[in-house]
Ligand binder design. Structure first.
Ligand SMILES: [Zn+2]
Length: 245
């Protein structure tokens, strides 16, 4: 049975299909990540073909059929096209990284409303604010790991349960997660945070945080989260968007 569904969506990718159509990937509010075909989208007269473009935020209408991999998109209306992001290379780099995480690391047909709202917020902040895009992305990637189940326990050492906040340097390996200084002496260490960097990493999740960051600290934090993802997810080898720009 097929159903008509109206849902908000971010356009993650788009490619030509046959002589006249396009197939796009969307991250939707109600269905999670889906693929959809837009018939006739390659015609210059197709309004929907133009609306469904990379990094646009749209209202979609689609025919959804259980068991079908590609849904049929019948209507798309623009909510936001993020002109400031698209005209600023630094903003575009980090917004593309957000889109890439959704495209490559979310499960198809898995509704995840908190993640959807998080994406909506971070893209709007990149669009509207002068806050460094790399800082907004650092906040997003930490949130993203937590939402897809790879969040880290940052309150206490995974081995002795002591608080990590005043433990001296904090170490990490994939097997145990975050460890205090004394526990780390007997274990393999893949990544070591200075106390200052560790506190700043934790601070990324705090609303109205007063932490300030240097660019190289944020690069270090992003690289750390990227390594956690690479370890847990087989086909994933890092965020390409961060290397292209
Ligand atoms: Zn410990």
């Amino acid at each position: 049975m097929s159903q008509i569904i109206k849902t908000k969506a971010f356009v993650l990718s788009k490619l030509d299909f046959g002589d006249t159509s396009k197939i796009a990937n969307f991250y939707t509010e109600d269905l999670g990540r889906i693929s959809g075909i837009i018939k006739g989208a390659r015609s210059p007269k197709s309004k929907i073909g133009k609306t469904v473009d990379l990094l646009n935020y749209v209202d979609l209408v689609l025919y959804k059929k259980e068991g079908r991999d590609i849904q049929i998109i019948t209507q798309a209306d623009l909510i936001e096209y993020y002109p400031n992001i698209k005209s600023d290379l630094e903003k575009l780099k980090y917004a593309s990284a957000v889109i890439e995480l959704l495209l490559r690391l979310t499960v198809e047909n898995d509704q995840h409303r908190r993640l959807f709202i998080g994406v909506e917020k971070i893209l709007q902040r990149m669009e509207d604010e002068t806050t460094q895009p790399i800082l907004l992305f650092s906040m997003f990637i930490k949130f993203f790991l937590e939402e897809i189940g790879y969040g880290l326990e940052t309150d206490k050492c995974s081995l002795c349960q002591k608080s990590l906040l005043n433990s001296g340097n904090v170490s990490y390996n994939h097997e145990h997660g975050l460890m205090c200084k004394s526990c780390s002496e007997n274990h393999l260490v893949l990544f070591e945070f200075s106390m200052e960097l560790f506190n700043k990493m934790v601070c990324l999740s705090q609303r109205n945080s007063k932490c300030s960051y240097k660019e190289n600290e944020l690069i270090e934090i992003i690289t750390f989260f990227e390594r956690v993802l690479i370890y847990h997810i087989d086909e994933f080898q890092g965020i390409k968007s961060l290397k292209i720009y």
